[in-house]
Design a protein around this ligand. Structure first.
Ligand code: ATP
Length: 535
């Protein structure tokens, strides 16, 4: 150990500072004590200096194995495989792999840091502990990485003696040798993924409210239930397409900017269009019919539909995704009703069979009864539905439109009687349908039109359309439609038009009701409603 110069010699300590007579015993003792104290202080300071000197000298031996990656600007191609977290299994024990994911959680203790890497719905535990390759400084760095940052991690897959319940990869963990931050997240997040993932059954205070979620949708989308939900939604569109393509339908694209409101002036957004104005399409209705008149025979389209309705409900959006179809039939519109009923069965089955895991994940956060349907689909006449409601005490006439509460009640009555969450109501009153709806041939009080319901809420509206141009004109006039504004549509029927029928479906509504959710905003990735236009 280095010697320490206290600045006071043994001789000095025996004399008074002014060089006069020797000190008393007491004074001597005091002086000695002070000297010892000063020596201790000096020793401490020296120790500190030596330590920091040593720090500079002993380089961080792990410094090449962690840090912040320079921004990836596609400067170079790196020949490295980044493995999927889902593929980290005991059968690959002791393999060394690179993974990229988000830092989900981390917890450091002494010479170790446990952290969880999340990749969509998959998670794996990682352990970094001081050793030959990992320094204390590296642990400190890893522990300070903020949650949700994207990181590249290299490590050995190791099996674990006890299952890790909190991770999707329960049987393995990663023993880490390198950690690089690819893209850091700010340390203070507007909401925690963990909180946004809490089941509805938990205390509302611990959960995140809907507006906070939607304001920060990018983070909200990272929850397991949203990861699952939007995959189920993609499945819904896929099975819609698949089924119709197998039935000979052609996918078409219709204009969204139109010169006149397709079904009357209400509920339509006006936009400026150079020196004049235009409107956003409330549905692809007129165009899909014109496509049938153009001999495409069977068509469908998936696209944005706009409704300027100031409806602040759990099921209305101002922009939604329309799943629309239209087809020529031979002699009776029930050919189309049956096809659509079978299409829904194919969709429900496709989801059940291929998205069971995703559906279960959504239900873990948002518990709901599984969706039930019959094969073939239950079809009731509108009148029968009204009678069921009347029997249940609802005061309404046969020709009245169904109110929302009546629809819901009917859904419950039908579920109790037929054990199905999906049904079709046929033959609606003509007076509650648009001008192009074909009236019933026997009684003009009714029409060849139908709605379809899931869990007691309407998800499809459809009908046989009038294909006779003179009759169409007559009906349009009766509805006080400005004929000049839809001349192109009316004319389409002058040149011979096949009898046809179809329907329009709201994608978000189908998804909400299939999963048994309470709000259509949950199934719209970036919902638009009267109060929300961002993000
Ligand atoms: P509702 O009576 O529920 O307002 P609607 O009778 O206006 O619906 P249609 O114009 O027949 O509905 O549209 C067909 C389908 O489009 C509906 O069954 C529904 O699935 C969907 N849909 C209609 N309006 C909306 C909306 N504002 N938000 C979300 N989906 C909608």
């Amino acid at each position: 150990m280095a010697e320490v110069d206290s600045g006071i010699s043994e001789y000095d300590s025996l004399r008074r500072p002014d060089g006069d007579a020797p000190l008393s015993k007491k004074a001597l003792k005091k002086q000695q004590k002070e000297a010892e104290k000063a020596a201790k202080k000096a020793q401490h300071k020296l120790g500190k200096d030596q330590q920091s000197h040593a720090d500079v000298e002993t380089e961080d031996y792990a410094k090449d194995f962690y840090g912040n990656l320079p921004m990836i600007q596609s400067r170079e191609k790196v020949d490295r495989t980044l493995h999927r977290v889902s593929g980290l299994t005991p059968s690959r024990a002791d393999e060394k792999v690179w993974i990229r994911g988000r830092l989900h959680t981390s917890r450091s203790k002494g010479k170790q840091c446990f952290f969880v890497v999340r990749q969509q719905k998959w998670t794996v535990q990682a352990l970094v502990s001081v050793g030959d390759r990992v320094s204390k400084q590296m642990i400190k760095f890893v522990a300070a990485v903020s949650k949700e940052s994207i990181i590249d991690v290299e490590g050995y897959i190791r099996t674990v003696p006890n299952k890790i319940d909190s991770c999707s990869q329960e049987d393995v963990e990663l023993h880490v040798e390198q950690v690089w931050v690819v893209s850091p997240a700010v340390p203070r997040l507007p909401l925690q993924v963990e909180d946004a993932s809490r089941p509805e059954t938990e205390d509302a205070l611990a959960r995140v409210n809907q507006d906070t979620r939607l304001d920060n949708r990018v983070i909200d989308l990272r929850t397991q239930s949203n990861q699952a939900l939007f995959r189920v939604e993609a499945g819904l569109c896929k099975y819609f397409r698949n089924y119709l393509e197998k039935q000979g339908f052609v996918e078409i694209h219709t204009p969204k900017i139109i010169s006149a409101a397709s079904e009357g002036g209400a509920n339509v957004f006006e936009v400026s269009y150079f020196k004049s104005k235009a409107f956003l399409a409330q549905s692809p209705q007129l165009y899909k019919q014109m496509a049938v008149c153009g001999d495409l025979d069977r068509v469908f389209t998936v696209g944005a539909v706009f409704r300027a309705e100031d409806s602040n409900t759990h099921r209305h959006l101002t922009e939604f995704v329309g799943l629309d179809l239209e087809m020529a039939f031979n002699y009776h519109y029930h050919e189309v009703v049956d096809l659509i009923g079978n299409m829904f069965i194919a969709i429900f089955k496709g989801l059940q069979e291929n998205f069971a895991e995703e559906i279960a994940i959504v239900h873990k956060q948002y518990p709901a009864e599984p969706f039930k349907f019959l094969e073939p689909s239950l079809i009731l006449d509108y009148c029968e539905g009204v009678h069921m409601l009347q029997e249940a005490g609802v005061e309404m006439e046969e020709g009245d439109d169904l109110s929302t509460p009546a629809e819901k009640l009917l859904g419950r009555l039908i579920k109790a009687k037929y054990d199905t969450d999906f049904f079709i109501l046929d033959k609606f009153p003509l007076s509650v349908r648009p001008f192009y709806t074909m009236p019933d041939p026997e009684n003009e009080k009714w029409s060849n039109s139908y709605d379809m319901f899931m869990r007691g809420e309407e998800i499809l509206s459809g009908a046989q359309r009038i294909h006779d141009s003179a009759f169409l004109l007559e009906r349009a006039k009766l509805h006080e439609i400005d004929i000049d504004k839809i001349k192109g549509y009316i004319d389409a029927f002058k040149y011979g038009a096949p009898p046809h029928a179809g329907g329009g479906i709201g994608m978000e509504r189908v998804m909400m009701l299939y999963l048994g959710l309470d709000n259509v905003r949950k199934t719209s990735m970036f919902p638009r409603d009267p109060k929300r236009l961002t993000p």
